[in-house]
Design a protein around this ligand. Structure first.
Ligand code: NDP
Ligand code: AKG
Length: 487
């Protein structure tokens, strides 16, 4: 396929690519070069959504009654196809939302591994035998799928996040209606094509592309959708949760983070600097698990800061398809403006910008949404850049007097998604693990980078307190049924 072909995206409903009922289309543009149109993306209507929900409703009973191993074999086929197409899908992702090609391809292969993991779930246990007080009775638990599940996914992991929602939904016997982020609808269509070519029965998985306010809201409020799983911003997540709750549907929300890395006095400084950079700036800081608060104990503050600034200043910003690029552009103009606004606010509130934080408009990069990675010094816990999710390449350095103060500052956030510490002190490690209010705590490792076989989710405002991925996913995508049988 020509790398610069403009792709027209359609919906996928009842086993077929389907033109939406509205002719309206928006352009998906390359954030590294806004003149390049990657795709034309439909603005579907509620009529399109209704068709997809009806198709899922019609398909769900036969799908649920298939043996888990048969559902799994289709997921294995989809995984093989995704693997075969990983180069093309990686390039499409980079062109559509800007992350570098190695990251985009790595994410696609992570999608393959997630599909294979959940394919295997079709052969694993779904219940327990529980002794009854009645000696003649047999009591056990089994699991029922929810029915039709709505998946609302964001643009920052356009392959991995939808797959870690769709794959468990399907393997546990649900039918799915998926609304991908408009920003990455072309990538989504290529993922959808893998499921289509794998031969899933019509109606089991449907994709409707359209705006969040129409199709996303439509999914959250649709009486034919029994469960909604969402990843994205806090404001939208809360709205989705409320809409689902008000009609008694199950919901799961994964939202923002303001993730801290604590650098203790005995940390290996080179490793800690690399972790702050990788955790905070890979994917242009556009991860919910991105490091954004770097909390450093005073003894080593100056030497950590000097090493960090030197390395950040040397990072190469550019088109993610260029192999020499370390960090790509922001995913779109509004993300870039959001980052620049936070930089401005940081300066206005008294933080000192040590490096970066500027729009990059040098030769060859005038057409993209490039921002140089930023490091702020003299950040206090009350400043906006220490409290709100920036979702961009900005690190806020916070100096503390002691390890105890570091933990207290790290917990001083409405979010609680991930947190990391660099130290060799076993006492501090144990205290960090115990006291840190976050769903994912990592010791001598960066804040980002979740493993597909482990539960993932946040505390406080970062999630609806449920967990995704690993075997934890079964809790959302099924209901427990307790069975009591007496002869
Ligand atoms: N935690 C995370 O992983 C993510 C966090 N974010 C945060 O959100 C900010 C904004 O990014 P943005 O893409 O706008 O995130 P949103 O929360 O708006 O988007 C996430 C998904 O929700 C959909 N959506 C939007 N509005 C509604 C609605 N009213 N009802 C139901 N669904 C809706 C979007 O559709 P559409 O694409 O059509 O808008 C998209 O599919 C980022 O700067 C970042 O702070 C963003 C992405 C991921
Ligand atoms: O850190 C990761 O690998 C996952 C991040 C994530 O889930 C997100 O940004 O939404």
């Amino acid at each position: 396929m020509n790398m610069h072909e403009t792709i027209t995206v359609n919906n996928y409903v009842n086993g077929a690519w389907t033109a939406p009922s509205s002719e309206e289309k928006s352009k998906s543009i390359n954030p590294a070069n806004m003149q390049e149109i990657v795709g034309l993306v439909p603005d579907s209507t509620l009529e399109d959504l209704d068709r997809a929900v009806a198709a899922a409703e019609a398909a769900r009973t036969v799908w649920r009654k298939l043996p888990g191993a048969e559902r799994g074999s289709l997921l294995y086929k989809a995984a093989d196809l995704l693997e075969q197409r990983a180069d093309d899908i990686g390039v499409t992702m980079t062109r559509e939302m800007g992350k570098t090609l190695p990251e985009a391809k790595g994410e696609t292969l992570r999608g393959v591994a997630i599909l294979r993991y959940y394919a295997g779930e079709g052969m694993r246990k779904i219940g327990d035998v529980i002794p009854s007080t009645d000696a003649d009775a047999f009591m056990y638990t089994t699991r029922s799928p929810l029915g039709v599940v709505g998946v609302i996914s964001p643009w920052n992991f356009p392959v991995a996040i939808p797959i870690w929602k769709i794959a468990p939904a399907l393997i546990y016997g649900n039918a799915v209606v998926w609304k991908p982020a408009t920003e990455t609808a072309v990538t989504a269509a290529k993922v959808m094509a893998c499921f289509h070519d794998a031969g899933f029965p019509a109606g089991v998985l449907n994709m409707v592309v359209g705006s969040g306010s129409v199709i996303g809201h439509g999914i959250a409020s649709h009486p034919g959708i029994h469960g909604v799983t969402f990843t994205g911003s806090n404001a939208v997540g809360k709205h989705v949760g409320q809409a689902a709750l008000s009609r008694g549907a199950k919901y799961q929300l994964e939202m923002g983070g303001k993730n801290p890395i604590i650098v203790a006095a005995d940390a290996d400084l080179d490793l800690a600097v690399d972790a702050a950079i990788s955790g905070g700036l890979k994917s242009t800081g556009q991860k919910c698990t991105a490091t954004s608060r770097v909390i450093v104990v005073k003894d080593i503050y100056e030497s950590f800061k000097a090493r960090l600034v030197e390395k950040v200043a040397a990072l190469k910003v550019g088109d993610g398809l260029d192999p020499s690029t370390w960090m790509g552009p922001c995913a779109n103009e509004s993300q870039m403006m959001q980052v620049l606004d936070y930089v401005k606010k940081g300066i206005e509130e008294g933080a000192e910008l040590l490096v970066g934080g500027q729009r990059v408009e040098e030769k060859g990069r005038t057409n993209g949404f490039y921002v140089s990675p930023a490091v702020f010094d003299k950040v206090t816990a009350t400043m906006t850049i220490a409290r709100e999710e920036i979702f961009g390449p900005v690190l806020a350095l916070i100096e503390v007097d002691s390890f105890e103060e570091a933990i207290q500052v790290a917990n001083d956030s409405e979010y609680g998604l991930s947190a990391s510490i660099y130290t060799k002190n076993i006492g501090h490690i144990l205290q960090f693990v115990q006291d840190m209010e976050a769903g994912l705590v990592r010791v001598n490792a960066e804040t980002a980078g979740v493993e597909l076989q482990a539960p993932f989710g946040g505390m406080k405002q970062s999630s609806s307190h449920s967990r995704e991925q690993g075997q934890a996913a079964i809790e959302f995508f099924t209901s427990i049924k307790t069975v009591f049988i007496k002869p």
